[in-house]
Design a binder for this molecule. Structure first.
Ligand code: BGC
Ligand code: NOJ
Length: 815
């Protein structure tokens, strides 16, 4: 069952009924000012950091789940009836409803009793504000006397404090209202130099800034008293809950349309120019006033909106495909790329499942996210790499997380997730392949942000690799530390105390438990670093990395192979995890993916065997589960993985992040049918038709789909912010479609179902636009390339001569 439909041409998802199984959200903003917005106008906004600079309030885990937002109300003066054109909060039965989530904007439209209302929300590029444009049309045969109300609730800036410190916060709230603009200035009188403003393009019939005055005592957003009575009260907040609401009176003749614009913005004044006049307690509004008037002009708003559309068209234009499969096209061309940019902007901070308060930027997460956006914003990827590397510790290790505002490592979560440093090598390698910017390796980067410790970035990579070699366990496999990629496989934790953090509690000295996943990751990273070293003319060093990789392969062969698949780990007792000898958790997905990607077992058939085991033991129609059999009880020696009920999250859920590793591994074996089949099982667009089962948004990936052991097999959770986005994008674009940046140029090596006749791609790469046409000649994966009409050897398009900006490639596939 569907709740909407893709509008591919406009790059929008059109939701056609408001009661989606879960709130289906979108993101506003792409630089410094951001918000989330649901299909019923729920959500909140913040400047840069969702915890420290929260503009508007949102209550997580509410009933209904999504409550609080950017709500508009309409009231018909004739009979006093009022409604929300976004359905929530009044939930009036609307005559029609659509929500269009687009690239950085959302438009919600509906009709009720002949009044059509459409509100478009977006953040102009380069600004720290959002614009709501509401267009009201009277489709009745008679004139309509309407009142239009805006409403939002201000957060007192620090979201955690806002949600907990009531003894103080109920007394601190302050606002100013000047020329109809509502200014929220809580704590501006003391140490804050920022404030929010909420403006309206029309002259006001009233306003409110005190929540209780607007809602009335014992009422909520479904039935605001002031709206019911048709008159806002001009309240001024003194403490309690500051809010912003405007009232505009509209008399519309039959067929008449009126547009009302609202602007919500954030501004920081210089410390010495906070007040106007100086010495007063009144906000200095000199800088914001012209900005406000600019965006209350419809022509300027439309220009800014077109600029936003052009920005996305340009970004997405970097990689466009035309294939026989609509799900592939819309995910690659639009939604997967868009989700990658959202993970670039948000990391793991703000979604329906991430409260904006909790996790910082993950060292490992950020390096993996980079794989999905590096081609769109290489300069920003470079900056991100340098930020991440600056938090690396001198011993090559890493803080597991760092804070986005300070860019410092986060001491609360600490270090010793032993896979972390290796992801930096993969991130930098991806950046080099995409950009060809070798200078990044010479950039001077500190350790733990300490001045004076700078070395070239290249040395950070060397230390990353060495970090693993310095921490080998009894079998010669890498010690796992707190955890590797699977944060929930906590082999040194042994936690028996409720509420203790699985991430930070370590009760064992960590000298025994080893990870086969890190072994595979090490081989992958060592090979990448060897290639980089070789390209820099460091033959001996490159050879050393190859030798270390080969040694690790031998150890993995001996101690990491279980007979029909790769083992997952050894626990603190030296017992295997992910082995046929285990009672539960006999086979895990991660090492099958990563070890095959590292080339382990490719030559001797073990890779094939491992992937066949995945197919028979882990694959379900809803994707590949993380392990089997699921843990039916809590295992002290395994930790959080066994804390989840069977089928959920890491305990045998379909952890979508890892599925693409198997797709890539299948592609490496040349098995296009299997790779593509796995791709489609979790492709959100391909699951749109079962939205009542999947429940999350059909336009973006979710971290998890409940596994075969779950009561709700097939139900997705944790949509949007997940490494799933980047890895699926890498799998489909680089390994299935096979358009792969390498250190030597753009490779064309598709591995696809034999039934595909071919496809075309436009790819901008290092300043050149490649138009690639792939035509199937026969079965198999062999490629013959013609570049601008001349056949070339191999499957890498040679770099064009300087000055050439367009190249045409024809690839014959199969034999
Ligand atoms: C989740 C993991 C996550 C970890 C760290 C766990 O509860 O299951 O997916 O990585 O927390 O935040
Ligand atoms: C979510 C984390 O962000 C990711 O890095 C991790 O690897 C998975 N959880 C698996 O536990």
């Amino acid at each position: 069952m569907k709740f909407g439909t893709f509008d591919d041409a406009r790059r929008e998802y059109v939701i056609t009924r408001p009661d989606t199984p879960l709130p289906w959200i979108n993101y506003l903003g792409c630089e410094t000012y951001f918000g989330i917005i649901s299909n019923t106008a729920g959500g909140y906004s913040f400047y840069r950091d969702a915890r420290m600079r929260r503009l508007t309030r949102y209550r997580y885990n509410n009933a209904p789940l999504d409550f609080g937002g950017r709500y508009i109300y309409l009231r018909d003066a004739a009979d006093g009836a009022y409604w929300s054109p976004s359905w929530q909060p009044t939930k009036t039965k609307l005559d029609d409803y659509t929500c269009r989530h687009g690239m950085g904007y959302t438009t919600i439209a509906s009709t009720f009793k002949g009044i059509r209302a459409e509100t478009r929300y977006f953040v102009p590029l380069g600004e720290t504000l959002e614009i709501w444009t509401t267009t009201i049309t009277n489709t009745r045969a008679t004139a309509a006397d309407l009142d239009l109300f805006s409403s939002l609730e201000f957060a007192l800036w620090e979201a955690w404090d806002d949600a907990t410190n009531y003894q103080r916060n109920y007394s601190t709230g302050q606002v100013e209202v000047e020329d109809g603009v509502i200014y929220h200035k809580t704590e501006y009188r003391e140490r804050r130099d920022h404030f929010a403003y909420f403006a309206c393009s029309e002259s006001l019939a009233g306003f409110d800034t005190q929540r209780d005055a607007f809602l009335g005592a014992y009422r909520d957003w479904r039935e605001p008293l002031a709206v019911e009575q048709g008159a806002l009260t001009n309240s001024i907040a003194h403490g309690w809950q500051p809010m912003g609401a405007h009232q505009v009176k509209l008399t519309l003749q039959p067929g008449e349309t009126r547009t009302v614009t609202f602007v919500l913005g954030y501004h920081e004044n210089p410390q010495d120019a906070k007040f106007d006049p100086p010495g007063s307690q009144t906000i200095n509004k000199q800088i914001v006033k012209p900005v406000i008037s600019k965006y209350l002009q419809p022509a300027n708003v439309e220009a800014a909106f077109e600029a936003l559309r052009a920005y996305w068209a340009d970004l997405l234009g970097i990689f466009q495909v035309h294939t026989p499969d609509a799900h592939v096209d819309r995910m690659v061309n639009v939604w997967n790329a868009y989700q990658n940019m959202v993970t670039f902007n948000m990391s793991r901070s703000t979604s329906l499942y991430e409260s904006g308060i909790g996790r910082g930027m993950g060292f490992r997460d950020s390096n993996q996210d980079l794989l999905g956006f590096v081609h769109m914003v290489p300069e920003r990827a470079r900056e991100r790499i340098l930020d991440i590397a600056s938090t690396q510790l001198p011993n090559g290790g890493a803080y597991h997380q760092y804070q986005p505002l300070t860019k410092r490592g986060n001491n609360d979560v600490g270090s010793n997730f032993n896979d972390d440093p290796l992801w930096l090598i993969l991130g930098v390698a991806a950046y080099l392949k995409e950009s060809g910017d070798w200078s990044v390796l010479d950039a001077l980067v500190p350790y733990d942000n300490a001045a004076g410790t700078e070395t070239p970035l290249y040395e950070h990579l060397q230390r990353s690799l060495q970090y693993t070699l310095d921490r080998l366990g009894p079998h010669g496999l890498p010690l796992i530390g707190r955890a590797d990629w699977n944060d929930c496989l906590n082999l040194n934790c042994f936690s028996d105390t409720p509420g203790q953090s699985f991430q930070t509690t370590t009760n064992k000295d960590g000298k025994v438990a080893e990870s086969v996943l890190i072994a595979g990751l090490f081989v992958l990273a060592a090979d990448e670093l060897a290639d980089i070293a070789l390209a820099r003319g460091l033959q001996a060093e490159a050879q050393r990395y190859r030798d270390e990789a080969a040694k690790m392969v031998t150890v993995t062969d001996e101690h990491g192979w279980d007979g029909a698949w790769f083992k997952r780990a050894y626990d603190d007792f030296g017992q295997p995890v992910g082995s046929s000898v285990c009672e539960e958790g006999q086979i895990f997905i991660e090492p099958q993916g990563i070890c095959v990607m590292a080339g382990i077992g490719l030559a001797d058939g073990r890779a094939t065997k491992a992937l066949d085991s995945v197919a028979t033991r882990l694959a379900t129609p809803h994707g590949i589960v993380l392990q089997q059999p699921a843990y039916s009880r809590y295992h002290l020696n395994l930790g959080e993985i066994s804390s989840y009920p069977p089928g959920y999250k890491e305990n045998a859920g379909v952890f979508c992040h890892t599925n693409p590793w198997i797709m890539i591994a299948e592609a490496m074996l040349g098995r296009g049918e299997a790779a593509f089949d796995y791709y489609q099982r979790i492709n959100p667009s391909a699951r749109e038709a079962i939205s009542e089962v999947h429940r999350c948004e059909p336009y973006v990936y979710a971290q998890m789909i409940a596994g075969i052991d779950a009561a709700t097999h097939g139900e997705a959770k944790n949509s949007w912010l997940s490494g799933t986005a980047a890895w699926n994008y890498v799998a489909i674009t680089q390994w299935l479609l096979g358009i792969r940046p390498t250190l030597n140029g753009l490779q064309v090596a598709p591995v696809l179902p034999a039934s595909w006749p071919g496809f075309t791609v436009t790819r901008r790469f290092q300043g050149v636009t490649y138009t690639i046409e792939v035509v199937r000649r026969g079965p198999g994966t062999q490629v013959a390339l013609e570049v601008d009409g001349a056949s070339v050897h191999g499957d890498v398009v040679p770099r064009p001569k300087p000055g050439v900006s367009a190249v045409s490639v024809r690839a014959s596939l199969g034999s």
